[in-house]
Design a binder for this molecule. Structure first.
Ligand SMILES: Cc1ncc(COP(=O)(O)O)c(C=O)c1O
Length: 413
């Protein structure tokens, strides 16, 4: 446990206050097997995914094959980032310039960015206090815009009722691209997150569930879409070197109809990722334990509302969110600042200004005005905290205790 005791500022009665010394941005080290594989790739000099020697299978193609098998999907394409995977999926769906594409109002900046990168126009759908998409607003916006695509972002790992989502979208013939940047390894009713929609996009960026610095994975069972996505990712005519892609005759149907928008993954990143995939389920279990420790630690604090999780949702607790309903912005700032003084990094989605990685839909001015007052209200009281696996269970107990103490101190002021 990384703990230190320090003096409460200006308080003579309270003896000493707890302080956490760990880092909220420190992920686990890359496993030795991955370092060895990456070193081998560097020694060979064959970093480009299509640069293989006679009879060799590239690390990238093997990663795609292994991830497709793990996800239970026919096809997988490894790309440069999760955001690239989303825009590549939209381009494979032949999104037209300026076409409305629906997405959650509660998501992170790369999601609307990916929609815009594909030439489309994001239309954001409300998310309430449970941080999941609002089905009534979704229905309203499908009708108002005649959108044919929804990029459903499982933001911070919160999964909506996927059975209901599927029936709403099916009834309106809306195609679903799942943003699984925060749900790799999660399930809804035993279905792997990403397998409800037509295509799914995962991120392998450092703060996600496997870490290659940057990177993304795109999965689908749709043969035509994967052929188009593969060409779009920059496969030249080398798609035959993929192991989780359609047969050559599928590619023969679409030669040169799709541009090469280079965004391939390289063998170095793939080599770093393959051993981590084998370890994914241990990681997911470890995250769940840490999440529950913090959640339990906060549950009996009267001011705190933790986010309900449904029985069907098997989530990955790589971060935790909670609300302080009714808190003014002054009090929210106090909580964030006092926690920071004690080494606990909370992000506040209600902040006036975007800060670090944390921004909100109304900060993204290029989107124009979005009609999402419910989301705006929900985010005004929402705090967010990363839970890297370098934290022990004891660390999580300490963090929860610090947050409890801080809230008590803010309540007392
Ligand atoms: C919810 C969400 N979706 C998509 C992405 C995009 O991932 P990448 O950074 O790999 O482009 C991120 C990245 O932070 C994210 O948080």
């Amino acid at each position: 446990m990384k703990v230190q005791l320090c003096k409460m500022p200006g308080d003579m009665v309270e003896p000493l206050m707890l302080r956490f010394e760990g880092s909220f941005t420190q992920q686990e080290p890359i496993p030795e097997a991955a370092i060895e594989a990456a070193t081998g790739i560097m020694r060979s000099g064959r970093l480009h995914r299509y640069n293989i020697s006679e009879g060799e299978l590239s690390e990238t193609a093997l990663l795609e094959q292994e991830f497709a098998a793990m996800a239970g999907r026919k096809y997988c394409l490894a790309v440069a980032s999760g955001g690239y995977a989303i825009s590549c999926a939209l381009k494979a769906l032949d999104v037209a310039p300026g076409e409305p594409v629906l997405s959650n109002a509660f998501t992170l900046a790369p999601v609307p960015g990916a929609i815009v990168a594909a030439g489309a126009r994001p239309v954001l759908v409300e998310c309430g206090n449970e941080l999941i998409i609002d089905f009534d607003d979704l229905q309203r916006k499908i009708e108002a815009t005649a959108a044919r695509i929804l990029v459903l972002s499982h933001m911070r790992g919160h999964i909506c009722d996927m059975d209901q989502l599927t029936s709403v979208c099916r009834a309106s013939q809306v195609l679903v691209v799942e943003d699984c940047a925060h749900t790799m390894g999660a399930h809804w009713n035993d279905v792997w997150s990403g397998n409800h929609g037509l295509m799914a996009c995962y991120s392998t960026q450092t703060y996600k569930h496997v870490n290659s610095g940057e990177g993304g994975l795109l999965t689908t069972d749709a043969t035509d879409l994967m052929a188009k996505a593969t060409i779009l990712s920059g496969s030249y005519m080398l798609f035959g070197r993929h192991l989780a892609a359609p047969d050559a005759d599928e590619f023969a149907k679409i030669p040169y109809r799709y541009p090469n928008c280079s965004g391939r993954m390289d063998n170095l990143r793939a080599a770093v990722l393959r051993p981590q995939l084998q370890d994914l389920s241990r990681r997911c279990d470890a995250w769940r334990i840490r999440y529950r420790v913090i959640e339990r630690g906060l549950q009996d604090v009267a001011a705190v509302r933790t986010i309900p999780r449904r029985r069907e949702e098997s989530f990955v607790g790589s971060s935790i969110q909670f609300r302080l309903p009714g808190y003014s912005s002054v009090k929210m700032h106090q909580v964030v600042e006092r926690c920071a003084e004690r080494g606990v990094e909370l992000k506040w989605f209600g902040n006036q200004a975007a800060e670090g990685y944390t921004s909100r839909f109304d900060h993204w001015q290029y989107l124009g005005k979005q009609d999402c007052p419910v989301t705006r209200r929900a985010l005004a009281s929402l705090l967010d905290m990363r839970l890297p696996l370098t934290f022990s269970v004891a660390d999580c107990q300490l963090i929860a205790e610090i947050i409890r103490q801080v809230i008590r101190s803010v309540e007392g002021t």
